[in-house]
Write a protein that binds this ligand. Structure first.
Ligand code: COA
Ligand code: AMP
Length: 629
């Protein structure tokens, strides 16, 4: 069957399609049906089945003949370390860690926050939670103590698992002071922490609260897999919305197992036993789905890569890893390729490695610009596939389903909707627009298995953010179009979310931090176009009347403040002081117009603008930092 037949088969029998996909999963009790309607436009999948994530990702492969196959290859150019962990070893390690958690009182449904760098123990911690039915919430290492605290207060974890440090080129990021700071700030206090001490930094442990990972695991009885209901949350992953309060995306156990397993062959075209590599971080959804879960559920080998596309040690790192570990399908963010291309435009490093085993490259996380795709196609001589998805969906909404059929690649398009997603482009009134016309991209409910059923602690926010604008649809927050051939084009976000180096960030969250500076009366943050990172945040500050401090001092302070409050990942380094912000007569800041001025793209004077002269001031201010030329 080709793509069209598979998509139509899903459309004509959705239950049958997902029940068949569910057969590839081991159930303790098989579900009686796939879709469960909960009312209020809420849906769940396989809710009356019981199963276990860790069993499906680890134990069943040990029993099924993959005991000696590599499950995880850890490759850390930043430390020079490499390690291969077989499925049998992974089972022992995870069972012991799960036992340690259990011995300290972690049970089914308890939350565990994981704050770890890219080491295999991060994946083991996720699997150990799944083994005993605990719900993990991984926090990206580039977030500061305050962001960690916000997540601790929302998820209310009984335990936090962390490493003593992460490693960024040229610096050791000490996690323990950040963790201690976060626990101090948070109202909710965890019962205990489990700390993985790394050679580069030995953290001080607080007696009675902090426990050493190795000691705890050595003393533990291995724990068995605990069966959980299909709709039991596997994890909560916080992602940026329009405010500083992140959204806790929930992933249910069974839907995740079924959907991710389906994607490994159909989208990523790998068979069990082959090596799959997603060069992301476990702190992001790509890391959850395609470093930790999908490859293991499907019996592949996954790579935990602790390094950067460039500088660890050079722009050939990706190619070295692909050739050394025989990677078949490789997944990264366009920004990573732009970084490599900038250092090695002619692909001198590519020529040094045997990449004959590589079959396909996948890009996601941000718009894949045609230049980058063409460069990668020319260098690597394999199809380069853009695909589009979100933390909320957990897997591709649109892709080129290479395992079913390699469709013609259209530059600038992540190709076509995957089975499970009825994607439509709607006008403001919620009516589908004609092919080629721009609109809001929405998905007709229900969303498929593996997508978010609701938000943690925030069911009303779930309704308001995703379901209220277009009744009967999930609002993706992206705008774009569908062409005559059914290919999607993702053009822009419709909210205040920006995408910096493939990382999703909230300009609203940054504005909250800027506004907390004592000299700032009013502010705005916009995302301007950046050749490397896609977008970069730029702040505009109006100072309090009477504040005569040098502007560069205030700018330096707010830059420091964002780094302290949100973290280095915000990449907030540019801000300017202006007298006023451009607004509509009703007081709405004209951020979109400011972005166009900064990027030097065409724009129209908004009809509702209060005082057009302010735009000249904005332009002059942007010129002082190298924009708006
Ligand atoms: N822990 C602590 N700090 C981190 C971090 C982590 N896990 N990840 C990033 N940071 C820091 C960086 O060190 C940098 O700090 P600096 O301001 O002191 O330089 C800052 O956060 C910004 O990081 P980033 O935007 O990633 O830029 P970079 O200059 O370090 O690297 C790229 C640029 C393009 C090489 C890098 O962004 C990259 O590899 N991106 C791939 C994107 C990706 O994997 N996205 C996941 C979704 S698929
Ligand atoms: P995240 O939740 O961090 O994965 O970010 C999801 C958002 O990133 C999407 O809503 C898009 O705005 C953007 N995005 C992800 N993949 C793509 C893509 N292939 N093309 C365009 N935008 C993308």
């Amino acid at each position: 069957m080709g793509y069209r037949e598979v998509y139509d088969a899903w459309k004509s029998d959705r239950e049958g399609f997902w029940m068949e996909a569910a057969q590839a999963i081991d159930w303790v009790k098989a579900p009686s049906k796939a879709l469960f309607e909960k009312g209020g436009n809420l849906f769940e999948w396989f809710a009356d089945g019981t199963c276990n994530t860790c069993w499906n990702a680890v134990d069943r492969h040990v029993e099924g003949g993959r005991a000696d196959q590599a499950a995880i290859i850890y490759d850390s150019p930043i430390t020079g370390r490499k390690e291969t962990i077989t499925y049998a070893e992974l089972k022992d390690r995870v069972a012991s860690l799960a036992g340690a958690l259990k011995a300290k009182g972690i049970n089914k449904g308890d939350r565990v926050v994981i704050y770890m760098p890219m080491v295999p123990q991060a994946v083991e911690a996720m699997l150990a939670c799944g083994r005993i039915g605990a719900i993990h919430s991984v926090v990206f290492g580039g977030f500061a103590a305050n962001e960690l605290a916000v997540r601790i207060d929302d998820a209310k974890p009984k335990a936090i698992i962390a490493a003593s440090c992460g490693l960024e080129p040229g610096r050791v990021v000490k996690y323990k002071p950040l963790l201690d700071g976060a626990i101090d700030i948070a109202k909710h206090k965890p019962d205990f922490t489990l700390i993985l001490q790394r050679e580069e930094e030995v953290a001080e442990l607080t007696e009675g609260r902090d426990f050493d990972w190795v000691e705890a695991v050595a003393a533990a009885e291995p724990a068995d897999c605990v069966p959980v209901e299909g709709n039991h949350p596997s994890y909560i992953l916080y992602t940026s919305g329009t405010t500083g309060q992140p959204k806790g995306v929930i992933r249910h156990t069974a839907g995740q197992l079924v959907a991710l397993n389906w994607t490994m062959k159909n989208v990523y075209n790998v068979d069990p036993g082959e090596v799959f590599w997603a060069a992301s971080d476990v702190g992001w959804v790509v890391g959850h789905s395609y470093i930790a879960y999908a490859p293991l559920i499907h019996g592949n080998t996954t790579i935990v890569f602790e390094g950067k596309p460039v500088g660890t040690p050079d722009a050939g790192t990706f190619w070295r890893v692909i050739s050394e570990h025989k990677v078949r399908s490789f997944f990264t963010a366009p920004t990573a390729f732009r970084a490599v291309k900038r250092e090695d435009p002619k692909g001198e490093f590519v020529k040094k490695y045997d990449l004959s085993g590589l079959r396909v490259v996948y890009l996601a996380g941000e718009r894949a610009d045609p230049d980058t795709i063409v460069w990668a196609q020319e260098q690597l001589n394999v199809p380069v596939i853009d695909h589009w998805w979100q933390t909320e969906t957990g897997w591709a909404i649109a892709a080129n389903p290479v395992g079913i059929e390699l469709l013609p690649v259209k530059l600038g398009s992540p190709s076509v909707p995957m089975p499970g997603y009825d994607v439509q482009v709607l006008d403001e009134g919620g009516n589908p627009v004609a092919p080629g016309e721009l609109g809001a991209i929405a998905v007709k409910l229900p969303l498929p298995p593996g997508t978010l059923p609701t938000l943690w602690n925030a069911p009303e926010r779930f309704q308001k953010s995703y379901l209220s604008t277009f009744p009967g649809y999930y609002e993706t927050g992206d705008a774009g179009m569908i062409d005559e051939d059914g290919y999607l084009y993702i053009m822009a976000r419709t909210d205040d979310v920006i995408n910096v180096a493939g990382h999703r960030l909230s300009t609203g969250g940054m504005e909250e931090v800027l506004a907390s500076h004592p000299d700032v009366a009013e502010c705005a943050v916009i995302g301007v176009t950046d050749q490397l990172k896609g977008q970069l945040p730029v702040g505009f500050l109006c100072l309090n009347a009477g504040c005569d401090r040098p502007h560069d001092e205030v700018v330096a302070e707010v830059v420091k403040l964002v780094r302290e409050k949100i973290g280095p990942v915000a990449a907030f380094k540019l801000a300017v002081v202006v007298d006023r912000l451009p607004k509509t007569r009703s007081g709405k800041i004209l951020r979109g117009t400011m972005v166009s001025i900064a990027d030097g793209t065409e724009w129209k004077m908004p009809a509702t603008i209060d005082d057009p002269a302010i735009l000249d001031e904005i332009k002059d201010a942007l010129k002082t930092i190298g924009y708006a030329d």
